[in-house]
Structures are given as C-alpha cells and as structure tokens.
Design a protein around this ligand. Structure first.
Ligand SMILES: NC(=O)c1ccc[n+]([C@@H]2O[C@H](COP(=O)([O-])OP(=O)(O)OC[C@H]3O[C@@H](n4cnc5c(N)ncnc54)[C@H](OP(=O)(O)O)[C@@H]3O)[C@@H](O)[C@H]2O)c1
Length: 277
C-alpha cells in the first residue's frame, strides 16, 4: 500500500491487515511509518521507504522489496499529491511533480516489481472522478501530449486532474499488455473524502473541510473510502481488470480515459521518460 502512513492508505491498510493479510506500507519518512505501524498494531504490517518524486528512490524501493524475498499479490497505488502546489514544481528528474508522483513513478514501480508479483496479481489505483471534464474545481482537465509538463497551462487543479487521467491510462494499458499473463489493474475513485484534504490546510479552509463539508451528503467518510478500496484489493485475483469504480460501484470513466490510443501513447511516453531520466 503506497502512501500507507496516513489518510485513505492507512485506513485501507488497517482493513487489509484486519482481514488477515500481510501488508507492507510505504512512507516517505521513517517516523511517519513507525507511527502508522503503531496505529495498525499488528506484526503482519511492515514498511518500506518510497518517495515517488524521485525515480532513483522509486527504483531503490522496488529493489529493497525484491531483496526481501517476499511475493506480492496486490499493489495498491494509493500515494499521491492530493493538493498540487500553486506554482509548478519540477522534480529532480525534470518532470512535473504531480504527474510524476501520481502516474509516472507508480508505473516505474510496477515495472520494477513485476518479477516479485504473483500470478494472478492485482494493481489497484486510488483514482479520482476529477479526471473527467466538468468536474468541480477552478480549471478543466486538459492533457496535452505536446506539453505534458504544462509549460503553457499549469494550474494546480489541472495538474491533479491530468495526473488522475494519466493514471487511468496506465492502468488500462497495463491490463491490455499483461492481463493475459494474470496481471490485472483497476482504478477506484473512493469518493470525496474532505477529512484527508483538511490535513493539508489551515485556518477556515481546514475547519470547513473537516467539520462542514465532511457532513455534506456528497462527502465520503474515511472508513467508507477505505472499505471501497479494500474491496477492490480483495477482488478475486483472476477476475479481469481494466475497470473503473466510483462511489462503490462499477462505473465508466471519461471518453478520454477510455481511449485506448491515448492510453498506449501515455504508457509509451512515461516509459521513455523514466528510461531517459
Ligand atoms: N481525499 C479525497 O477526497 C480523494 C478523492 C479521490 C482520490 N483520492 C486519492 O487518494 C489517495 C490518497 O489520498 P488521501 O486523501 O488519503 O490524502 P493524504 O492523506 O494526503 O495521503 C496521501 C499519501 O500519499 C503520500 N505521498 C504524497 N507524496 C508522495 C511522494 N512524493 N512519494 C510517496 N508518497 C507520497 C503521502 O505521504 P506523506 O504523508 O509523506 O505526505 C500520503 O501517505 C491519493 O492518490 C488521492 O489522489 C483522494
């Protein structure tokens, strides 16, 4: 479970451990991992360091997991930049940060983990309905293959939406390429969980998310979100993937998200970026 040190990742990891599974969470900082493991309070939970904003750190994480000799039947790609920076930030690898953390580096992690994934195995991505046109926010999704780092049209909300669209493309293309060998991939939008976003804010915005929006009918509780994600992780492993779930039910992502040509194009581009970085 990437990003298992807090939020939806931690709540899902707790559920999976409680259901009897051994779970390795990732965290950027050891202290956060230790606090999460204390909260889970079960010897079946372990941790490994992962910073998706660094491709070399992502490779190191995969190497460490492979060196442990464990095998994995599910990878929950949950870690993500939830609130992108207002001013565009590039990573040490020269990629726009939100795209790298939410889509490109998780693809690299998947590629590097393939030798230690069981067959059948399942990838689950914590996706977002914000990938679709017309979703709430101050900027529309607008993925331009000729400007993937958003030199010309960066907006922090667009960066998030674009990255979540790219995530669906990666998931779809993994299913197309590797589904026949038993590696399946699904995307799950858990719903809008204001309480985790509140932790990134201060003042009235924090209060509003934590105590007002969280009680609105369109909000999803952390526990409900974790149940949805955990259910997807516990899908029979040989069930075909390439699916998108929203609000706890099988759903249909946007037209762009369902376009196999764009999915293949992004996968190839992301693979090239990783190889060249
Ligand atoms: N909350 C919502 O309404 C909502 C809705 C739909 C989808 N989602 C998705 O759900 C996932 C989890 O979000 P959340 O709501 O639980 O938010 P969160 O509490 O902020 O959790 C995000 C997790 O990702 C980790 N992370 C961030 N940047 C990272 C990096 N560079 N490398 C490795 N890990 C990194 C964070 O680690 P640190 O603790 O070190 O920052 C944290 O563990 C995200 O993918 C988000 O896009 C959330």
């Amino acid at each position: 479970v990437t990003g298992g040190n807090r939020g939806i990742g931690l709540a899902t990891a707790r559920r999976l451990v409680a259901a009897g599974h051994s779970v390795c969470i990732t965290a950027r900082r050891e202290a956060d991992a230790r606090a999460a493991l204390d909260a889970i309070d079960n010897p079946r939970a372990t941790w490994v360091q992962l910073d998706l904003a660094s491709l070399s750190a992502t490779r190191r994480c995969a190497e460490e997991l492979a060196a442990r000799g464990d095998r994995f039947d599910v990878v929950l790609h949950n870690a993500g930049v939830l609130l992108a920076p207002k001013t565009r930030r590039m990573t040490e690898d020269g990629l726009e940060q939100t795209l790298q953390v939410n889509a490109v580096a998780p693809l690299l992690l998947t590629q590097r983990l393939r030798p230690v994934l069981d067959r059948p195995a399942r990838l689950v991505w914590t996706g977002s309905s914000l990938h679709a046109p017309g979703s709430r926010g101050g900027a529309e999704v607008d993925f331009r293959f000729d400007d993937i780092h958003m030199d010309a049209h960066y907006h922090y909300e667009r960066a998030y939406k674009n990255s979540k669209l790219a995530q669906i493309w990666v998931s779809t293309e993994i299913e197309r390429r590797f589904g026949a060998e038993g590696l399946h991939s699904d995307v799950v939008c858990p719903g809008f969980v204001p309480t985790t976003a509140a932790a990134h804010l201060s003042g009235f915005r924090r209060f509003a998310l934590a105590h007002i929006l969280s009680h609105m009918p369109f909000a999803t509780s952390l526990e409900e979100a974790a149940t949805r994600i955990a259910d997807a992780c516990l899908t029979p492993r040989d069930a075909p993937g390439g699916r998108y779930f929203h609000g706890g039910a099988l759903s249909t992502p946007s037209d762009d998200a369902r376009d196999p040509e764009q999915a293949a194009r992004f996968y190839a581009l992301a693979t090239k970026l990783v190889d060249e970085a």
